[in-house]
Design a protein around this ligand. Structure first.
Ligand code: AMP
Ligand code: MG
Length: 427
């Protein structure tokens, strides 16, 4: 089946608003093996829209229109599609009554303009809108099915789930494409590729994609077919990729984040964390606290940007700063154990580096970052691990990757501790 998407709205032709509805619709078409032939953005013009809809209805079997179903004069989709297809618009009093009831439920009277939303194309099926006033419509003309959806993404989503998805599923005979995602932090793309090599041979090279951004890699495995066999194959791919990539995989779902995973590990361990940040200026703390419920394990931290505050807030000895400089292993270590002890947490993490663009030297070029992680205070010795890295990229990238690596060090450490604890308990 071939399809076209038409996004309606003059605002989408400007520089302020992006047409995201077509991306959402494309995901769905893709999943159901429908070939998208054309995507258009049309302003609020009856003539332009009618011409576009007429042209597409002759070329493809499925036309998806979003936007322009509102009550105001610039909402012209009803009129334009009627004109394009040579159909009458029929007034449905029951649709208007429904809209009136919706307004009444908010204690308001329906404005007179909303009566326009009571017009449906002759022969169209109405799609009820549980999230707004504009009903959607489905109409079939000469071998082409057209869906008219509201432009508001949340209202569109409701109708996708209630009508478009089932419609596509019925026509594709249950055949669909689906993907699973595995995420990996702080491992170079080439190394990931090498590790998962065997999976390419087992499942086919085109079924697995590596998407890399600094500090994070997404492995996307895709399978096509009927639900049962598709799910089975996806599960097999997911398991095999997880096995090959090993503990580098921090998430097996699109929604999971590294900071979320670290938070969950801290929560399960019943452990608390504090952070001393220099070149990241609080970015690590920001990411950790972006997770709801992070107060269960994150006590807080200190942005110790100056040498003086590294000493006053987290107790870095001035001699250490004088001898090695702020961007150094001894200072990173002292910051990590210092913030832990000063603020009273189980773990302390620190970041100090040269984020650039200035401030680099031959010995400490831009991108040089020291990260340290202090574990729970032990009798006699103190257990602080440290990594020195040189990140590529600009200031923003260096800072982001620094926070990313600190989180990844935490994750690995907490995994190891959890593993040791469960071995110790004999389970
Ligand atoms: P409309 O249904 O044309 O009244 O659109 C209502 C609102 O939905 C617009 O003001 C936009 O904010 C949003 N919207 C419309 N079309 C799109 C689109 N293609 N992508 C994302 N948002 C949209
Ligand atoms: Mg509009």
């Amino acid at each position: 089946m071939k399809a076209a998407i038409v996004a309606v709205g003059s605002e989408l032709l400007g520089s302020e608003r992006l047409d995201t509805n077509s991306l959402r619709l494309t995901t769905l078409l893709d999943r159901h093996g429908v070939e998208l032939r054309r995507k258009a953005v049309i302003g609020d013009s009856v003539e332009e829209l009618a011409a576009e809809v007429r042209a597409q209805a002759e070329r493809v079997e499925l036309v998806l229109v979003t936007g322009g179903l509102g009550p105001t004069a610039d909402d012209v989709t009803r009129e334009a599609v009627a004109r394009a297809l040579g159909l009458e618009l029929v007034f449905h009093p029951d649709v208007v009554e429904e809209i009136e009831r919706r307004f009444a439920s908010f204690g308001r009277r329906m404005p007179e303009v909303n009566r326009r939303q009571g017009y449906l194309l002759a022969g169209a099926e109405r799609i009820a809108n549980g999230r707004g006033t504009a009903p959607g419509q489905i109409v079939e003309v000469g071998g082409c099915t057209l869906f008219l959806f509201p432009g508001v993404p949340n209202e569109l989503e409701g109708m996708i789930l209630s009508h478009l998805e089932p419609w596509l599923a019925a026509r594709s005979g249950g055949e669909a494409r689906e993907s699973v995602v595995l995420k990996i932090a702080c491992v170079p793309e080439s190394e990931v590729e090498e590790r998962i090599g065997p999976a390419y041979e087992e499942f086919g090279r085109e079924t697995i994609t590596i998407l890399a951004k600094p500090g994070e890699i997404r492995l996307v495995a895709t399978a096509q077919g009927r639900e049962g066999e598709r799910r089975e194959r996806l599960e097999a791919m997911r398991a095999r990729l997880a096995e090959l990539a090993g503990e580098a995989v921090f998430a097996t779902g699109e929604e999971e984040t590294l900071e979320g995973v670290v938070g969950e590990l801290l929560r399960r361990a019943g452990a608390t964390l504090t952070a001393a940040e220099s070149c990241t200026g609080g970015l690590l703390s920001q990411r950790i606290t972006a997770i709801p419920g992070s107060s269960d394990y994150f006590l807080g931290g200190a942005v110790t940007y100056s040498n003086d505050l590294k000493t006053r807030l987290v107790g870095v000895p001035p001699e250490l700063l004088a001898a090695h400089g702020a961007v150094s292993e001894p200072v990173a270590r002292a910051m990590a154990s210092g913030v832990r002890d000063a603020l009273g947490s189980d773990y302390g993490v620190s970041i100090t580096g040269v984020a650039g663009p200035g401030g680099g030297s031959a010995e400490k070029p831009v991108g040089t970052v020291h990260i340290a992680l202090a574990g729970p205070r032990a009798e006699g010795s103190d257990d602080v691990e440290h990594r020195k890295v040189r990140f590529p990229g600009d200031r923003e990238r260096i800072r982001w990757q620094s926070a990313q690596l600190a989180l990844e060090m935490l994750r690995r450490r907490l995994l190891k501790t959890a593993g040791a604890a469960s071995e110790g308990s004999g389970s």
